[in-house]
Design a binder for this molecule. Structure first.
Ligand code: SF4
Ligand code: SF4
Length: 298
């Protein structure tokens, strides 16, 4: 894998900002339902992040990391702040759909979001209740409403419906949405171990007990070199899979984003992931399905 150490940006192009660490779902493929949740970002912190970002050529904002962003009552106000401060930035939104009411859908579309991802991992009333803990009929009603108004927009957002580790027999239900709205992307993803934060379970389709002894990069290289992940309490990580915040670069209460991005600690993590320096035995990437292994004999 090509090392991008000479191509480094001076500020990330993409920011994921977790305004709330909570979810109304209990998806079996996700670490969040097993953690103590409930954290909410202070409005002043969110605005400070956007104010700093507005001094840099930022391209994309993702206002969520480990949960359902529509649980945050301030989320639309925050997105309006983003749109005012960064008129041309791409806002990427994501939701499991349960709280994406017609009113919220209209507001999101008024903000010219660039993309909307619905994470719906089961497409059957009973299995959605069992797997996600959610009401599939209500989700479907909301998604259909969103799509019915989005398709009349001059500039439609890119809409994806993502299902993780979905059984084959439910795929046809999922595809019935696409039959109606053929511009929507339906994506069936394999299970992801979230860098060891989803324990192996026989219902998930990923390799068990992953341990990479010879790290040689990350298949999502842009996460290290283009993207920053800011959690609700101001902690900043190089990867969204740092669910437990064990590999934090620093906190924006004490440093600017630019300082953290260019810090020695961030470089240390990049070098560990890329195999330029030997990472500690417990480094997060060693347990991740997205880690690149150095070919044997090198
Ligand atoms: S909806 Fe998303 S954040 Fe919530 S539990 Fe499911 S996968 Fe996790
Ligand atoms: S390999 Fe490391 S940087 Fe890449 S996704 Fe996994 S934990 Fe994150």
């Amino acid at each position: 894998m090509k090392k991008k150490k000479d191509l480094i940006l001076h500020f990330p192009e993409r920011l994921s900002i977790e305004t709330i660490f909570d979810c109304n779902a209990k998806c079996l493929c996700c670490p969040t339902p097993r953690l103590k949740t409930g954290g909410v970002m202070e409005p002043k912190m969110f605005k400070n992040i956007i104010d700093e970002a507005s001094n840099h050529p930022i391209k994309d904002i993702f206002p969520f990391i480990r949960g359902e962003p529509l649980l945050d009552p301030n989320i639309i106000d925050y997105l309006e702040y983003v749109r005012n401060k960064l008129p041309s930035v791409n806002i990427h939104f994501s939701s499991n759909g349960l709280l994406c009411s017609p009113k919220i859908s209209q507001k999101l579309l008024n903000l010219n979001i660039a993309s909307m991802t619905f994470s719906i991992h089961r497409h059957d009333i009973n299995s959605c209740r069992e797997y996600m803990g959610l009401n599939y009929e209500k989700i479907l009603k909301n998604v259909n409403f969103f799509l019915s108004i989005a398709e009349n927009e001059d500039k439609k957002p890119n809409v994806s419906i993502i299902s993780v580790d979905i059984p084959d027999h439910e795929k046809s239900n999922a595809l019935s949405i696409k039959n109606k709205y053929n511009w929507v992307s339906m994506e069936f993803w394999p299970g992801h171990n979230r860098a060891g934060n989803v324990p192996y379970n026989s219902s998930f389709n990923f390799e068990q007990g992953i341990y990479v002894s010879n790290l040689n990069g990350c298949y999502s290289e842009m996460w290290l070199y283009e993207w920053f992940f800011i959690f609700y309490d101001g902690n900043v990580s190089f990867c969204c899979n740092d669910w437990l915040n064990e590999w934090i670069i620093g906190n924006i209460e004490h440093h600017t984003l630019k300082e953290l991005w260019n810090s020695k600690k961030n470089w240390k993590f990049r070098h560990w992931t890329d195999g330029i320096e030997e990472a500690p035995l417990n480094f997060i990437c060693r347990n991740c399905i997205l880690a690149v292994k150095e070919p044997p004999g090198k």
